[in-house]
Design a protein around this ligand. Structure first.
Ligand code: HEC
Ligand code: HEC
Length: 165
């Protein structure tokens, strides 16, 4: 797998091919998170990829993207629609804090609405808050995992994607 990825990186550089590293939603359990089929652009292995999906189904040890393991990741939308490929909200501030409300990390969503980090996060209870233009939402219970989309999807325990409207 590692070899494969390196070869791909080389091909990418030499031939200008995109979507070369293997990104396969069907081979990562739970990754699709109830989203519609991805567009070709969604599969390009860069920061705006696969909005709404469970990033950490792949971005984990032993996953398809084991070279880029995230400790927290997800997507923020501008409405409660369940579609994934569009509607992501850019420039949302995502704050993760510990049980003493000390901010551990502040992230901003990209043009797809995605945010992610590989920073080690140390906490007993994680608090998650998203805000933009005076709108703010905070998860009232502690966040048990940084893989936000694993719960924030129409059939997950949160029942909806993360959104600000
Ligand atoms: C179906 C699997 C899969 C899912 C789901 C997925 N990715 Fe990826 N991602 C990959 C693969 C494979 C690569 C290429 C990794 C490599 O080259 O080692 C990649 C690469 C990346 C990169 C570039 C990393 C680097 O070091 O160059 C970023 C950033 C990224 N993904 C963000 C995300 C975000 C954010 C999400 C969720 C919204 C996500 N990915 C969802 C498979 C996935
Ligand atoms: C284990 C499942 C689970 C995970 C993982 C999870 N959430 Fe949640 N989230 C929920 C549930 C359930 C609710 C609704 C009840 C509540 O607020 O506790 C919620 C509510 C929220 C809300 C408030 C939504 C609203 O409309 O008021 C925000 C914001 C939020 N989560 C952000 C996040 C972020 C950011 C992450 C990832 C760092 C995350 N959540 C990970 C289950 C989860």
């Amino acid at each position: 797998m590692r070899m494969n990825t390196r070869c791909c990186a080389l091909l990418f550089a030499v031939l200008g091919l995109s979507a070369c590293a293997e990104v396969n939603l069907d081979k990562a359990a739970g990754a699709a998170a109830g989203c519609e089929d991805p567009s070709e652009d969604n599969l390009i292995p860069q920061a705006p990829m696969l909005p709404g999906r469970s990033c950490m189904a792949c971005h984990r040890q032993g996953g398809q993207a084991s070279g880029a393991v995230w400790t927290a990741s997800g997507t923020v939308y501008g409405s409660g629609s369940s579609a994934c490929n569009s509607g992501g909200l850019e420039g949302v501030k995502v704050e993760l804090a510990d049980e003493n409300r000390k901010i551990l990390i502040t992230l901003y969503t990209n043009r797809a609405g995605n945010f992610f980090t590989a920073e080690p996060l140390q906490y007993q209870k994680l608090i998650a808050r998203v805000s933009k233009d005076g709108k703010i939402k905070e998860m009232s219970s502690p966040v048990p995992s940084g893989d936000c989309a694993s719960c924030h999807n129409p059939t997950g325990p949160a029942g909806a994607r993360i959104y600000l409207n």
